[in-house]
Design a protein around this ligand. Structure first.
Ligand code: PRP
Ligand code: MN
Ligand code: MG
Length: 179
């Protein structure tokens, strides 16, 4: 699996340090709130769980499963809701956790969907932001790394469902997905 990686972009240590920085901001901003952390399956699972454990305020964790890439390298443009949240959002301070914002379509869909459910606030934290990929205008409130326009895997990000368990973020060799 490691042989399929062209270059490591962010090591485990760098990711951890960035999560600490984000958690510091989030802990300050939510000190007097009780946020509902919404982890966007599947990609955001590792990052969300890391972040959740670094939060020092009263917080709840819930999961929503949406997909548009279906394991491929290009967004299909259609977001499918595969599994909804358990929580009622009425009056909640929702903090969406994503692994990456690329075209922005997934996030646009989620912010609109969750915003219609009576939340008090909806904010977004993403490990990775790829501004060059953007097709719809949307920005996260908390960003870990601004990334180049390459197909990335690891730390939750997949190609055909694999590579999510790499403990770093790397660039996948184009030979892997062009064959
Ligand atoms: C990926 C990633 C984000 C989204 C970002 O999910 O995890 O959720 O795409 O891309 P966008 O900004 O272009 O919408 P994917 O659809 O691959 O599902 P997965 O998380 O189950 O892998
Ligand atoms: Mn995803
Ligand atoms: Mg995916």
């Amino acid at each position: 699996m490691n042989n399929d990686i062209e270059r490591v972009l962010y090591s485990t240590e760098e990711i951890n340090a960035t999560e600490d920085r984000l958690a510091k901001q989030i802990n300050a901003d939510y000190a007097d709130k009780k946020p509902l952390v919404v982890s966007v399956l599947t990609g955001a699972a590792p990052f969300s769980v890391d972040m959740f454990k670094k939060m020092t305020c009263y917080a709840q964790l819930d999961f929503i499963d949406v997909s548009s890439y279906y394991g491929g390298t290009e967004s299909t443009g259609t977001i499918k809701l595969i599994h909804d949240l358990k929580a009622d959002l009425e009056g909640q301070d929702v903090l969406i956790m994503e692994d990456i914002v690329d075209t922005g379509r997934t996030l646009r869909y989620l912010v609109d969907l969750l915003g219609e459910r009576g939340a008090n606030s909806v904010k977004v934290c993403t490990l990775l932001d790829k501004p060059e990929g953007r097709k719809v205008e949307i920005e996260a409130d908390y960003v870990g790394f601004v990334v180049p326009n390459e197909f990335l895997v690891g730390y939750g990000l997949d190609y055909q469902g694999y590579y999510r368990n790499l403990p770093y973020v790397g660039i996948l060799k184009p030979s892997v997905y062009s064959k």
